[in-house]
Design a protein. Sequence first.
Length: 446
Amino acid sequence: AKAEPLLHALLPEILGERVVVIAPHPDDETLQAGGLIAWLVQRGILPHVFVVTDGDGYDAAIKWLYHEWHITEAHRHAFALRRRQETLAAMSLLNVPADHVHFLGFSERTLPARWLLKGDPTPMRVLKEGLANLKPTAVILPSRYDDHPVHAAVCSLSWAALVQGVAEGALPQMPVVLEALIHYGEFPRPQGFHPDLQLLPPLDLLTVARWWCFPLPRELRERKRQALLQYRTQLPLSGRFLKSFVRTNELFAEPLALWRQPDRIGEPRSLLPFADLTEVTLVPLQPHWQLQMRLRGKPHSPPLVPRPSSREGFRYGVHWFVPAEPHPFLAVTDCVPSATTEDSVLVSAAPEVVSRREQAVIATAFVAHGEKILDIAPLTVGREIRQAELSQRRDFGRGTGDEEVARNRQSAFQPVSPSRPSSRAPRPVKASLHPEKQRAQVLGGR
C-alpha cells in the first residue's frame, strides 16, 4: 500500500478567524510565518503577534552595531528598542497594525533560567493573560526541537500558558497549535537566498510530527523578503540565514502525542557530549512516573547535581507543569544516574501530582551550567494537548493511507512499552541514499 506523504497542504481556513503568532525574538514572527501573516491580512484576518523577549542577548550584533567591545546595560536597552522598531516596521509592511504587536519585554539572557531553573511562573502568566484576552482559534509558536534555548523555552511556557488557560476557563477550548522550526543544524538547506526552492523539514524529524506546508506565491515571497530587510540590526551577521526562509512555502509542524521523542538525534548540537540531549521519555511507572533523559555522552561529573544555591557546575533537571484551577502545579526536579539504565541515561521521578492526575503534563528536560541553560527538550502529553491537534479538526478517516495514520495515533495517556517505539514509523528508506534523496523519497510517499 502507498504510504501517506509526510508533507500536507495547510488550508488556512482551518486556522479560524483569530490567529496568534508567538515569537521568541523580534524577527522570528516574520521568519516563522511572514507569508501566512500577509495572506491572512489580505483576506481580512488581522493576526496578533506576541514577541516574548527583546533579543537583548545577541552580543556579537550589539558590538557590531555600537563598535564597542564592552557592552553596557545602556547598549542592551538601546538595542532592544531598535529591535522593537524593526518588528513594527516589518509588520507594517505586512499591513499588521501596531496595536496587534505585543512586546512582553522579557530578557532573553534570563528567561530560560527564570522559567526552568527557578520555576518562576510570571512569563507563563503574562502570556496566558494575553491569550485569554484574544481567545485565539490558532496559535503558531516556536518548535520544541529548536536548537536555540530561548526558542525551546518559549515553546515550553507557551504550551503551559495554553493548557492553564483552558484549565481556568480563560480559553474556551484549545486552539489549533502549530510549531515553527528556525534553528536546527544546517536547516534550512541550502542556506542563503533561494526563493524558488522548497522549504523542507530536517530528515530526522520527518516522522515525529505531522508537517504542514503553506505555499507562497512570488508576490508573498517578495513581501516577506522586504519585511526581513527591516531587521537591520540582524542583517550584517545573520542576513544570509534570514533570507534562507524566503522559499516557495512556509513550514509548520503539528507535534504528535508521543511519550518518547528525539531531541537532535542527528548531527551533534554541542561539542560537549554531556551537554547534548538526544531523547526524552516519560515512563508511567508505579507509584511514580519517571522521565528518562538520554545524552549523547556520559553526564558530567563530579558533581552531577550542584547545590540548589550554587551558581557553578552542571545540572540536569526536569521542569514539571500541570495545569489546575486556580493555580497550576509547578516543580523542578533533578535527573540522576540509575543502576538500571545506560550510562548516558539519567532519570527523574515525577512529583506525585503528575503521576496521579490524568491531565496535561508539560515536562521540560534541560541541561544547565550555573545560571545558563545549555539544552532544552520539552515533552507535552495529555488530553488537552491532543485536543490541540489539527488532525482532529479534519476527517482523516477518509482517503488513502489516513485510516492507518488514525489507528497509529496514540490515545491520550495510553502508555506504551519503553521497549517498543512510541509510534509506528514509515518503512525506512535505504541508508545508502544521499540525505536529500532520502528526504525526497519519504516526502513523496511510496
